[in-house]
Design a binder for this molecule. Structure first.
Ligand code: K2U
Ligand code: ZN
Length: 172
């Protein structure tokens, strides 16, 4: 298991639509293990495979935020079956949009169908932070970032800042 590099915006690879997984095998399980290592090291509470450059419809999450009591969750080919009408706002960040945050409004609950680590069909009713996180990660599978919901001006200011951060990191 290993920690991988997380792609950061602006990067065309992050804009790919990820592909359905035909079968959950050893390769996919190793990928999910690496994704979890990478997510915990960041640290974060969710990660989509595309964020480490693998365009597969795979997400890992752990919203426990407790070093000593990890509760990893694995989602292969997740599909949101329905979303609540009621919305909730959350100050979102993203490991692929470093040091930038914005208040994003999303349905406050949703039902997700997916395959688990063993490839078994599961259903999850998510609300609160879990619902926000799964919808944030599902966007990654469509090549969508939370900054895409912002005004053109705000989004362009963030991308300009990210480009500067990248140049400074390369120089120093
Ligand atoms: O996709 C990612 O980059 C992982 C995000 C997931 C996330 C974004 C917004 C709201 C909830 C989850 C990272 O975990 S961002 C870091 C973080 C950590 C704790 C709580 C919220 C965000
Ligand atoms: Zn993200």
């Amino acid at each position: 298991m290993s920690v991988k590099i997380i792609l950061t915006e602006p990067n065309k690879l992050l804009r790919q639509v990820s592909k359905t997984v035909e079968k959950v095998g050893e390769e996919e399980r190793m990928l999910m293990d690496d994704m979890l290592d990478t997510m915990y090291a960041a640290p974060g509470i969710g990660l989509a495979a595309i964020q480490i450059g693998v365009p597969k419809r795979i997400i890992v999450m752990d919203i426990s935020r407790d070093e000593n009591k990890k509760e990893p969750m694995y989602f292969v080919n997740p599909v949101i079956k329905n979303k609540n009408e009621e919305k909730a706002k959350y100050e979102e960040g993203c490991l692929s949009v470093p040091e930038q945050f914005a208040e994003i409004e999303r349905p406050n609950a949703c039902e997700v169908e997916y395959l688990d680590y063993e490839g078994k069909k599961q259903m999850l009713n998510a609300d609160g932070l879990l619902a926000t996180c799964i919808q944030h990660e599902m966007d990654h599978l469509e090549g969508i970032l939370f900054i895409d919901y912002l005004s053109k001006l705000k989004k362009s200011m963030i991308i300009k800042k990210l480009s500067k951060i990248r140049v400074n990191r390369e120089i120093f």
